[in-house]
Design a protein around this ligand. Structure first.
Ligand SMILES: Cc1ncc(COP(=O)(O)O)c(C=O)c1O
Length: 453
């Protein structure tokens, strides 16, 4: 990929457009000179070298990777214009692009009608969904699995609604019986199902959550911030295909969040929230006498809690989806490679004497722990922390993973043979969200075995 060429194209296209307007002198107050720029940039570049190598397949720690070069070029070209997708006059073209990509996301989830927009993150997208949940049921709370992202309980606090965690089962999915019992109490207005939990990539059975919720007259919001794009593999069969039922059920839910800045190849910040019922837009009504004056068409700021939002984020996603559309053989191929990587690693872990699979991956997040003697939570915790540190700090052959804190209860349900001599333990976790992981998994596995040995 010719990133330099694409960046040049992006800059040229903007400069060419600018040249169609009368020339003017740049104000001297903005002039910093090449030499000073160079010195400042050198300092900056040196600082930036301190980053972990998120681009490299030896980095399999958190949900991090660089954006696709097309997204970078699209973002740059739009950023040089710097539109603001709050109002149509501020984001004249990029608001249109945003409406188009939001419609693409809605189609991906099978939403017929929809109302939605991009946000700066999954956190803000979920906040918007829970805000609408509160407006619809001001006297009822929100339920979410204990494995849900922490944002749900935090945002409930922020919104002043009661947030109730529901226990998870032995696969890290929301416990349906516990949910049923909770909803029967009549105190819950909305339940959050997570399609791809942050820790383990577990998929709540959205179809069953929906059935339980509807029986009790409760709304369903799906947090698919991490997993959402995996819906492209739903029912595709083969080794990497996913059970279509949870994914198809999203179409019947009330709202869904997906983060293009996770598996959509976008730079931060790009989240998205979609509602099935466009009339929820009424909860966003606000008075803004200084804006919304150029058109009676929908300004995205009229349906968003955020005011200014980067038009460049919409541009980057739009350009990316032109090249890698939301189809199994478009962006789906990237996700297939990530799934392959996770399944391959799980197979290698099945064969290993040094590392043990914690739970079979449902998406592309692999969880495992070092085999210790004695097999106890304190030994596993100690060994996991050591492996993490040794891997990151090895100057010759570094490897970057993460740890996941699991409770003794969650551990015991999967591996009852391990002695629970403490309340929780760190295990090892790898997020294989770069398609290159597929060819790197055997290296990752043997490197981790070396460190565990
Ligand atoms: C399931 C889930 N929901 C919400 C979030 C929060 O998203 P963001 O980090 O974009 O705010 C994450 C982040 O990892 C997530 O995995």
């Amino acid at each position: 990929m010719q990133l330099n060429d694409w960046l040049r194209l992006a800059v040229d296209s903007v400069e060419e457009w600018q040249s169609t307007y009368p020339p003017f002198e740049r104000h001297p107050s903005l002039d910093v000179g090449d030499e000073r720029f160079r010195a400042a940039f050198d300092e900056f570049a040196t600082r930036m070298r301190g980053n972990y190598p998120y681009f490299h397949p030896s980095y399999a720690g958190q949900m991090l990777k660089p954006p696709h070069p097309a997204a970078v070029a699209g973002y740059l070209a739009a950023m040089l214009v710097n539109p603001n997708n709050h109002a149509l006059d501020g984001g004249k073209v990029t608001s249109e692009l945003e409406k188009e990509v939001v419609a693409d996301l809605a189609t991906m989830f099978g939403f017929g009608t929809h109302l939605g927009h991009l946000t700066s993150s999954g956190t803000i997208a979920n906040l918007e969904a829970l805000y609408v949940a509160r407006e619809l049921h001001p006297d009822r709370g929100v339920a979410f699995s204990e494995e849900a992202h922490y944002t749900h309980s935090r945002m409930c606090g922020l919104l002043g609604v009661a947030g109730t965690p529901v226990p998870a089962d032995g696969l890290g999915r929301i416990d349906l019986d516990a949910l049923d019992r909770l909803l029967a109490g009549g105190q819950i207005g909305t339940v959050v199902a997570t399609a791809g939990t942050t820790g383990l990539g577990a998929i709540d059975p959205v179809h069953e959550v929906l059935a339980v919720a509807r029986r009790h007259g409760v709304r369903v919001h799906v947090d698919a911030a991490y997993g959402g794009f995996f819906t492209l593999l739903a029912g595709s069969g083969g080794r990497t295909g996913l059970d279509p039922l949870p994914w198809r059920a999203i179409a019947e839910c009330d709202s869904v969040v997906v983060d293009p800045h996770k598996h959509g190849l976008q730079p931060y910040g790009c989240g998205a929230v979609l509602f099935g019922d466009p009339s929820v837009g009424r909860f966003y009504a606000h008075d803004s006498p200084y804006t919304y004056f150029t058109s009676s068409e929908l300004h995205l700021g009229e349906i968003s809690l955020e005011c200014s939002r980067a038009g460049a984020a919409a541009a980057a996603l739009w350009l990316t989806l032109r090249l890698l559309p939301l189809t199994p053989d478009g962006l789906g191929q990237v996700l297939t490679a990530c799934r392959e990587a996770a399944l391959d690693w799980a197979n290698l872990l099945d064969e290993s004497d040094l590392l043990q699979l914690f739970q079979r991956p449902e998406l592309d997040i692999v969880s495992y722990y070092p085999v210790t003697s004695p097999a106890s939570l304190s030994e596993i915790d100690r060994a996991s922390a050591r492996i993490l540190a040794d891997g990151m700090n090895d100057p010759q052959r570094p490897v970057f993973i993460s740890t996941l804190n699991v409770t003794a209860d969650a551990f015991g349900r999967r591996h009852p043979e391990v002695t629970a001599d403490r309340d929780q333990a760190r295990i090892l976790r790898s997020v294989l969200m770069k398609p290159e992981s597929q060819t790197y998994v055997s290296w990752l596995h043997s490197r981790l075995e070396e460190l565990a040995g």
